[in-house]
Write a protein that binds this ligand. Sequence first.
Ligand code: SAM
Length: 173
Amino acid sequence: MTTHTHTLAEPRLRSALTRMFEAATRDDEAAARVRSLRPHDRGALTAQELADANREIYMPISADGGKLLYNLVRATRPANVVEFGTSYGISTLHLAAAVRDNGSGHVITTEMNTAKAAAARDTFTATGLDDVITLLRETPCRRSPHHAGPSTSCSWTGGRTSACPSYDSWSLT
Ligand SMILES: C[S@@+](CC[C@H](N)C(=O)[O-])C[C@H]1O[C@@H](n2cnc3c(N)ncnc32)[C@H](O)[C@@H]1O
């Protein structure tokens, strides 16, 4: 059996990240479509309505930002990583790759939009990282980050805090 000490270099993961970063290059076109469909009422949308309207838009962390997340988790070796805003899973895969290479830990991630959550789950399975990721398809304010237990790293990657005011006190640890 081959042991990958740097899971980010693993072919299935590289292929998934390449595919998703390439798809995200079309975010501007998708955003323009959303703007044209909902030109007047965007300010009045709830967090759920906004997440659903933006379902085609990846809004990912950058490639360098992903590597930074990977290195932070490698350096701090948290027991749990909690991510707020999965989208299609680009940042989640970096966090999960680090957990895999640490040899311990788990990533808990949340996504409000059902289609994005389903696509992310398929990608987690296809990359073989699904065993270190728990994806919650709910707004995380129903759960406390402290459910994740001690030694939890919290990753802010774009969730709308207006949906979860109590999360304003979170910090990256
Ligand atoms: C900027 S994107 C996240 C990008 C992702 N971390 C990545 O790097 O690929 C923000 C995501 O958060 C989701 N979101 C917004 N508010 C949320 C909430 N309260 N709970 C869960 N997901 C939320 C949106 O649907 C959107 O997909």
